[in-house]
Design a protein around this ligand. Structure first.
Ligand code: ZN
Length: 295
């Protein structure tokens, strides 16, 4: 089983600037199936960039109705259904993502929902399939119907907190996770509303005692502080293997339950020869706005 990060960025400003990529992550070969979690902006392109085929997907998971978690959802559904010609696949997500909730979502149109099984999860629901089960986990974040996930193939439990602040029973929802993936937006000492910072993640890792803890979804300030340094500190304090995700990171998890070992792979960047784009910083928004004001 492989866990591949098509981005390690999150939050508005990292996403707008693409300081880190925001394509979410994929689990390949879980009970023989391939799943994409939280396909933010770039998920389609990053899949190809790192050599993953979106047409091989069997399911798409969307935790909540914020752009850094859903924008490429519909195009990945098109890939999964061979351009909306084949009835197949699962779309699993929060109420907001699938049906819309209050001012949030829906993130997927009726058209894109029409050929796949649609499953809405809340923090008290669990669904079982052949070879795996999936349960919703509680979050406290802007979107009130937002969730995280714990997926279990009978051998390995992989938990993903999605975006949430730390709260007392957060660890209850992710209990017994072998692999704990968390959105850690801020470095130690720089907390922000609705999100975890490094010290929150440290507490959570201590409570859950996973075999491997992975931090991702980095905002500007933790990128500046160097996420790997924060991860090293957490590892030192807890004694638990802790990794800061990077763009194009793959972890092979086949042996983690046998001898605790995992293989860390840098996926080949197939766009490497492209020089990318340059930002221009001299744009004057006020002047531009004047041009857009109507008289
Ligand atoms: Zn987010």
């Amino acid at each position: 089983m492989d866990l591949s990060f098509l981005g390690s960025g999150g939050g508005r400003f990292t996403t707008i600037s693409q300081k880190r990529m925001t394509g979410g992550f994929r689990i390949d070969d879980l009970a023989g199936l391939n799943f994409h979690f939280d396909p933010g902006p770039g998920a389609l392109v990053r899949s190809y960039q790192f050599g993953l085929n979106p047409s091989s997907l069997d399911g798409i998971f969307i935790s909540h109705a914020h752009t850094d978690h859903y924008t490429d959802g519909e195009i990945l559904i098109e890939a999964m259904t061979r351009g909306m010609t084949k009835e197949t696949g699962l779309i699993i997500g929060s109420k907001s993502a699938i049906d819309g909730y209050e001012k949030w979502g829906p993130c997927i149109s009726k058209y894109h929902k029409s050929l796949s099984s649609n499953i809405i999860l809340d923090s008290n629901s669990k669904r079982s399939f052949e070879g795996f089960s999936i349960k919703g986990t509680k979050t406290i974040h802007g979107d009130p119907s937002g969730i995280g996930f714990q997926i279990d193939d009978g051998n390995l439990k992989i938990s993903y907190t999605s975006d949430t602040k730390y709260f007392d029973d957060l660890s209850e929802y992710h209990k017994n996770a072998d692999i704990l993936i968390a959105s850690v937006l801020r470095p130690a000492g720089r907390r922000i509303r609705g999100h975890m910072g490094s010290e929150d993640f440290l507490k959570l890792v201590e409570e859950i005692q996973p075999k491997l803890a992975i931090m991702t979804h980095f905002g500007f300030k933790i990128i500046q502080a160097n996420p790997q340094k924060e991860a090293d500190f957490i590892q030192e304090e807890t004694g638990i293997d802790t990794i800061a995700a990077f763009d194009g990171m793959r972890i092979n998890l086949d042996n983690i339950n046998l001898d605790g070992s995992y293989e860390l792979i840098h996926l080949n960047d197939r766009f490497k020869h492209n020089n990318g784009f340059k930002h221009s910083n001299n744009r004057n928004i006020d002047n531009k706005q004047k041009k857009l004001d109507s008289y």
